[in-house]
Design a protein around this ligand. Structure first.
Ligand code: NAD
Ligand code: 0WE
Length: 259
Protein backbone atom coordinates (compact mmCIF):
# COMPACT_ATOMS: atom_id res chain seq x y z
CA UNK A 1 0.00 0.00 0.00
CA UNK A 2 1.76 3.18 -1.22
CA UNK A 3 1.62 6.47 0.68
CA UNK A 4 0.03 8.14 -2.36
CA UNK A 5 -2.28 5.37 -3.62
CA UNK A 6 -5.32 6.93 -5.29
CA UNK A 7 -3.76 10.42 -5.37
CA UNK A 8 -3.61 12.31 -8.67
CA UNK A 9 -1.72 15.42 -9.62
CA UNK A 10 0.37 17.48 -12.02
CA UNK A 11 4.14 17.93 -12.18
CA UNK A 12 5.44 21.05 -13.96
CA UNK A 13 9.17 21.50 -14.55
CA UNK A 14 10.60 18.25 -15.90
CA UNK A 15 13.17 19.15 -18.58
CA UNK A 16 15.21 15.93 -18.48
CA UNK A 17 16.20 13.13 -16.09
CA UNK A 18 18.42 15.52 -14.09
CA UNK A 19 15.50 17.83 -13.24
CA UNK A 20 14.44 18.23 -9.62
CA UNK A 21 10.85 17.69 -10.85
CA UNK A 22 11.93 14.28 -12.17
CA UNK A 23 13.39 13.31 -8.78
CA UNK A 24 10.06 14.28 -7.24
CA UNK A 25 8.01 12.41 -9.88
CA UNK A 26 9.98 9.20 -9.31
CA UNK A 27 9.46 9.36 -5.53
CA UNK A 28 5.72 10.04 -5.92
CA UNK A 29 5.39 7.23 -8.49
CA UNK A 30 7.08 4.76 -6.15
CA UNK A 31 4.31 5.40 -3.60
CA UNK A 32 1.47 4.98 -6.08
CA UNK A 33 0.71 8.50 -7.38
CA UNK A 34 -0.96 9.06 -10.77
CA UNK A 35 0.85 12.02 -12.39
CA UNK A 36 0.42 14.24 -15.43
CA UNK A 37 3.35 16.18 -16.92
CA UNK A 38 3.91 19.36 -18.91
CA UNK A 39 6.70 20.63 -21.16
CA UNK A 40 7.66 23.84 -22.94
CA UNK A 41 8.44 23.60 -26.66
CA UNK A 42 9.11 20.70 -29.01
CA UNK A 43 12.74 20.22 -27.99
CA UNK A 44 11.75 19.49 -24.39
CA UNK A 45 8.69 17.46 -25.46
CA UNK A 46 11.10 14.92 -26.99
CA UNK A 47 12.78 14.57 -23.59
CA UNK A 48 9.71 14.73 -21.35
CA UNK A 49 7.33 12.43 -23.26
CA UNK A 50 9.39 9.21 -22.84
CA UNK A 51 10.04 10.00 -19.17
CA UNK A 52 6.34 10.65 -18.52
CA UNK A 53 5.33 7.52 -20.45
CA UNK A 54 7.70 5.43 -18.32
CA UNK A 55 5.52 6.44 -15.33
CA UNK A 56 2.29 5.65 -17.26
CA UNK A 57 1.23 9.33 -17.39
CA UNK A 58 -2.32 9.84 -18.68
CA UNK A 59 -1.67 13.54 -19.37
CA UNK A 60 1.34 15.01 -21.21
CA UNK A 61 0.58 18.56 -22.36
CA UNK A 62 2.43 21.76 -23.30
CA UNK A 63 2.34 24.60 -20.78
CA UNK A 64 4.36 27.78 -21.01
CA UNK A 65 3.45 29.48 -17.73
CA UNK A 66 3.85 32.90 -19.37
CA UNK A 67 0.52 32.19 -21.10
CA UNK A 68 -2.87 32.29 -19.31
CA UNK A 69 -4.36 30.50 -22.34
CA UNK A 70 -1.93 27.58 -22.01
CA UNK A 71 -2.55 27.38 -18.25
CA UNK A 72 -6.32 27.33 -18.82
CA UNK A 73 -5.99 24.70 -21.57
CA UNK A 74 -3.84 22.54 -19.26
CA UNK A 75 -6.37 22.71 -16.45
CA UNK A 76 -9.25 21.87 -18.83
CA UNK A 77 -7.35 18.72 -19.87
CA UNK A 78 -6.57 17.92 -16.24
CA UNK A 79 -10.28 18.17 -15.38
CA UNK A 80 -11.17 15.73 -18.19
CA UNK A 81 -8.40 13.33 -17.20
CA UNK A 82 -8.41 13.45 -13.40
CA UNK A 83 -11.53 15.35 -12.25
CA UNK A 84 -9.80 16.46 -9.05
CA UNK A 85 -6.17 17.15 -8.17
CA UNK A 86 -4.52 15.98 -4.94
CA UNK A 87 -1.16 17.62 -5.64
CA UNK A 88 0.49 20.23 -7.83
CA UNK A 89 4.28 20.41 -8.21
CA UNK A 90 5.74 23.73 -9.42
CA UNK A 91 9.46 23.32 -10.24
CA UNK A 92 9.92 26.25 -12.61
CA UNK A 93 12.23 29.24 -12.59
CA UNK A 94 13.66 31.51 -15.24
CA UNK A 95 15.63 34.74 -15.61
CA UNK A 96 17.77 36.15 -18.42
CA UNK A 97 21.17 34.50 -18.31
CA UNK A 98 22.74 37.99 -18.58
CA UNK A 99 21.20 38.86 -15.22
CA UNK A 100 22.70 35.84 -13.39
CA UNK A 101 26.24 37.22 -13.27
CA UNK A 102 27.90 40.42 -12.19
CA UNK A 103 26.13 42.97 -10.02
CA UNK A 104 22.43 42.53 -9.18
CA UNK A 105 21.90 46.17 -10.17
CA UNK A 106 22.58 45.29 -13.81
CA UNK A 107 19.00 43.96 -14.08
CA UNK A 108 16.58 46.03 -16.14
CA UNK A 109 12.81 46.44 -15.96
CA UNK A 110 12.10 43.79 -18.59
CA UNK A 111 14.48 41.28 -16.98
CA UNK A 112 13.01 41.90 -13.54
CA UNK A 113 9.47 41.42 -14.86
CA UNK A 114 10.43 38.25 -16.74
CA UNK A 115 11.96 36.64 -13.64
CA UNK A 116 8.95 37.62 -11.52
CA UNK A 117 6.42 36.43 -14.11
CA UNK A 118 7.92 32.98 -14.81
CA UNK A 119 9.41 32.23 -11.38
CA UNK A 120 6.83 33.82 -9.06
CA UNK A 121 3.46 34.74 -10.56
CA UNK A 122 3.22 31.36 -12.32
CA UNK A 123 2.61 29.56 -9.00
CA UNK A 124 -0.33 31.81 -8.16
CA UNK A 125 -1.65 31.63 -11.74
CA UNK A 126 -1.58 27.82 -11.67
CA UNK A 127 -3.23 27.60 -8.26
CA UNK A 128 -5.90 30.04 -9.39
CA UNK A 129 -6.62 28.03 -12.54
CA UNK A 130 -6.68 24.73 -10.60
CA UNK A 131 -8.66 26.15 -7.67
CA UNK A 132 -12.05 24.53 -8.38
CA UNK A 133 -10.32 21.19 -9.02
CA UNK A 134 -8.22 21.03 -5.86
CA UNK A 135 -9.35 18.16 -3.64
CA UNK A 136 -9.80 18.74 0.10
CA UNK A 137 -6.44 17.87 1.64
CA UNK A 138 -4.52 18.63 -1.57
CA UNK A 139 -0.84 19.57 -1.37
CA UNK A 140 0.86 22.27 -3.47
CA UNK A 141 4.62 22.40 -3.63
CA UNK A 142 7.20 24.76 -5.12
CA UNK A 143 11.02 24.87 -5.23
CA UNK A 144 13.18 27.67 -3.95
CA UNK A 145 16.81 28.46 -3.13
CA UNK A 146 18.45 30.14 -0.13
CA UNK A 147 19.56 33.07 -2.32
CA UNK A 148 16.11 34.42 -1.36
CA UNK A 149 17.21 34.95 2.26
CA UNK A 150 20.89 35.77 1.97
CA UNK A 151 22.97 37.19 -0.84
CA UNK A 152 24.50 34.52 -3.07
CA UNK A 153 26.95 35.82 -5.68
CA UNK A 154 25.37 35.94 -9.17
CA UNK A 155 21.94 34.63 -8.09
CA UNK A 156 20.78 38.25 -8.30
CA UNK A 157 17.26 38.80 -9.63
CA UNK A 158 16.43 35.13 -9.00
CA UNK A 159 17.08 35.75 -5.30
CA UNK A 160 14.59 38.60 -5.33
CA UNK A 161 12.12 36.42 -7.24
CA UNK A 162 12.53 33.50 -4.80
CA UNK A 163 11.86 35.84 -1.84
CA UNK A 164 8.57 36.80 -3.51
CA UNK A 165 7.83 33.13 -4.28
CA UNK A 166 8.32 32.21 -0.61
CA UNK A 167 5.97 35.04 0.43
CA UNK A 168 3.44 33.77 -2.13
CA UNK A 169 3.55 30.35 -0.45
CA UNK A 170 2.49 31.94 2.87
CA UNK A 171 -0.36 33.93 1.30
CA UNK A 172 -1.62 30.96 -0.74
CA UNK A 173 -1.45 28.77 2.39
CA UNK A 174 -3.67 31.31 4.19
CA UNK A 175 -6.14 31.44 1.27
CA UNK A 176 -6.45 27.66 0.87
CA UNK A 177 -5.98 26.47 4.44
CA UNK A 178 -9.68 26.68 5.35
CA UNK A 179 -10.31 23.97 2.71
CA UNK A 180 -7.56 21.76 4.14
CA UNK A 181 -5.29 22.51 1.18
CA UNK A 182 -1.60 22.93 2.03
CA UNK A 183 1.07 25.00 0.26
CA UNK A 184 4.80 24.61 0.99
CA UNK A 185 8.23 25.26 -0.51
CA UNK A 186 11.35 23.10 -0.51
CA UNK A 187 14.59 25.08 -0.39
CA UNK A 188 17.14 22.81 -2.08
CA UNK A 189 20.92 23.03 -2.05
CA UNK A 190 22.68 23.47 -5.42
CA UNK A 191 22.09 20.56 -7.83
CA UNK A 192 23.63 20.18 -11.29
CA UNK A 193 20.52 20.45 -13.48
CA UNK A 194 19.88 22.10 -16.84
CA UNK A 195 19.03 25.35 -15.00
CA UNK A 196 22.38 25.21 -13.18
CA UNK A 197 24.49 24.35 -16.24
CA UNK A 198 26.24 27.29 -17.76
CA UNK A 199 25.97 29.35 -14.57
CA UNK A 200 29.39 30.94 -14.09
CA UNK A 201 31.09 29.58 -10.98
CA UNK A 202 28.51 26.83 -10.36
CA UNK A 203 31.10 24.04 -10.28
CA UNK A 204 33.19 25.66 -7.58
CA UNK A 205 30.09 26.65 -5.58
CA UNK A 206 28.81 23.05 -5.76
CA UNK A 207 32.19 21.78 -4.46
CA UNK A 208 32.44 24.39 -1.68
CA UNK A 209 28.90 23.57 -0.59
CA UNK A 210 29.77 19.89 0.03
CA UNK A 211 32.87 20.91 2.00
CA UNK A 212 30.97 23.34 4.25
CA UNK A 213 27.65 21.48 4.76
CA UNK A 214 27.32 19.50 8.02
CA UNK A 215 26.57 16.33 6.04
CA UNK A 216 29.70 16.98 3.90
CA UNK A 217 27.92 16.20 0.66
CA UNK A 218 25.76 17.69 -2.05
CA UNK A 219 22.03 17.25 -2.32
CA UNK A 220 20.47 14.92 -4.93
CA UNK A 221 17.15 14.99 -6.76
CA UNK A 222 16.27 11.84 -4.77
CA UNK A 223 16.80 13.74 -1.48
CA UNK A 224 14.40 16.42 -2.73
CA UNK A 225 11.99 13.78 -4.10
CA UNK A 226 11.69 12.04 -0.75
CA UNK A 227 10.93 15.31 1.09
CA UNK A 228 8.39 16.16 -1.63
CA UNK A 229 6.81 12.73 -1.07
CA UNK A 230 6.40 13.54 2.63
CA UNK A 231 4.88 16.94 1.82
CA UNK A 232 2.44 15.39 -0.71
CA UNK A 233 1.44 12.62 1.68
CA UNK A 234 -0.87 12.79 4.68
CA UNK A 235 2.22 12.35 6.92
CA UNK A 236 2.65 16.15 6.73
CA UNK A 237 -1.05 16.86 7.36
CA UNK A 238 -0.53 19.94 9.60
CA UNK A 239 2.40 21.46 7.71
CA UNK A 240 1.51 24.47 5.56
CA UNK A 241 3.02 27.81 4.52
CA UNK A 242 6.44 26.37 5.38
CA UNK A 243 9.89 26.57 3.88
CA UNK A 244 11.56 23.16 4.29
CA UNK A 245 15.34 23.03 3.74
CA UNK A 246 16.82 20.06 1.90
CA UNK A 247 20.36 21.40 1.99
CA UNK A 248 22.51 18.91 4.00
CA UNK A 249 22.42 21.51 6.82
CA UNK A 250 24.37 24.15 4.86
CA UNK A 251 22.22 27.14 5.85
CA UNK A 252 23.03 26.76 9.56
CA UNK A 253 26.75 27.30 9.12
CA UNK A 254 27.97 30.83 9.81
CA UNK A 255 31.44 29.91 8.62
CA UNK A 256 33.00 26.79 7.13
CA UNK A 257 34.88 24.73 9.76
CA UNK A 258 37.74 24.35 7.25
CA UNK A 259 38.06 20.61 7.99
P1 NAD B 1 15.53 22.32 -14.73
O1 NAD B 1 16.16 23.13 -15.81
O2 NAD B 1 15.59 20.86 -14.84
O3 NAD B 1 14.00 22.76 -14.52
C1 NAD B 1 13.55 24.07 -14.72
C2 NAD B 1 12.24 23.94 -15.46
O4 NAD B 1 11.62 25.22 -15.63
C3 NAD B 1 12.40 23.33 -16.86
O5 NAD B 1 11.65 22.14 -16.96
C4 NAD B 1 11.83 24.40 -17.76
O6 NAD B 1 11.14 23.87 -18.86
C5 NAD B 1 10.88 25.13 -16.82
N1 NAD B 1 10.49 26.42 -17.34
C6 NAD B 1 11.28 27.50 -17.61
N2 NAD B 1 10.54 28.48 -18.16
C7 NAD B 1 9.26 28.02 -18.22
C8 NAD B 1 8.03 28.55 -18.69
N3 NAD B 1 7.96 29.78 -19.24
N4 NAD B 1 6.92 27.79 -18.58
C9 NAD B 1 6.97 26.55 -18.05
N5 NAD B 1 8.10 25.99 -17.59
C10 NAD B 1 9.23 26.72 -17.68
O7 NAD B 1 16.21 22.84 -13.38
P2 NAD B 1 15.90 22.55 -11.85
O8 NAD B 1 17.15 22.92 -11.16
O9 NAD B 1 15.31 21.21 -11.68
O10 NAD B 1 14.83 23.67 -11.48
C11 NAD B 1 13.57 23.40 -10.88
C12 NAD B 1 13.29 24.38 -9.77
O11 NAD B 1 14.18 24.14 -8.69
C13 NAD B 1 13.44 25.86 -10.13
O12 NAD B 1 12.42 26.60 -9.52
C14 NAD B 1 14.77 26.20 -9.51
O13 NAD B 1 14.83 27.57 -9.20
C15 NAD B 1 14.70 25.36 -8.26
N6 NAD B 1 15.98 25.11 -7.56
C16 NAD B 1 17.06 24.62 -8.23
C17 NAD B 1 18.24 24.37 -7.55
C18 NAD B 1 19.46 23.86 -8.27
O14 NAD B 1 20.56 24.06 -7.78
N7 NAD B 1 19.32 23.20 -9.40
C19 NAD B 1 18.32 24.62 -6.18
C20 NAD B 1 17.19 25.10 -5.52
C21 NAD B 1 16.03 25.35 -6.22
O1 0WE C 1 17.17 28.66 -9.37
C1 0WE C 1 18.19 28.23 -9.85
C2 0WE C 1 18.46 28.37 -11.33
C3 0WE C 1 17.63 29.46 -11.92
C4 0WE C 1 17.88 29.83 -13.36
C5 0WE C 1 18.88 29.32 -14.17
C6 0WE C 1 19.00 29.76 -15.49
C7 0WE C 1 20.10 29.29 -16.41
C8 0WE C 1 19.73 29.43 -17.86
C9 0WE C 1 17.03 30.77 -13.88
N1 0WE C 1 17.14 31.21 -15.14
C10 0WE C 1 18.09 30.71 -15.95
N2 0WE C 1 18.16 31.21 -17.22
C11 0WE C 1 18.98 30.68 -18.17
O2 0WE C 1 19.04 31.20 -19.32
N3 0WE C 1 19.11 27.63 -9.03
C12 0WE C 1 18.87 27.62 -7.63
C13 0WE C 1 20.40 27.10 -9.51
C14 0WE C 1 21.39 28.18 -9.39
O3 0WE C 1 21.46 29.16 -10.32
C15 0WE C 1 22.43 30.05 -9.90
C16 0WE C 1 22.97 29.61 -8.68
C17 0WE C 1 22.29 28.42 -8.35
C18 0WE C 1 22.49 27.60 -7.13
C19 0WE C 1 22.86 31.23 -10.49
C20 0WE C 1 23.87 31.96 -9.88
C21 0WE C 1 24.40 31.55 -8.67
C22 0WE C 1 23.96 30.36 -8.06
Amino acid sequence: MGLLNGKKGLVLGVANDHSIAWGIAQALHREGADQGFTYVGEALERRVRPLAESLNAKLIEPCDVASDEQIDALMAKARDTYGQLDFLIHAIGFANRDHLNGPYMKVDRAGFQLAMDISVYSLTALVKAADSMLAPGASILTLTYHGSQQVMPNYNVMGVAKAALEASVRYLAADLGPRGIRVNAISAGPIRTLAASGISGFRSMHKQFAEAAPLRRNVTIDDVGNTALWLCSDLSSAVTGELIYVDAGFRNMGMSTGE
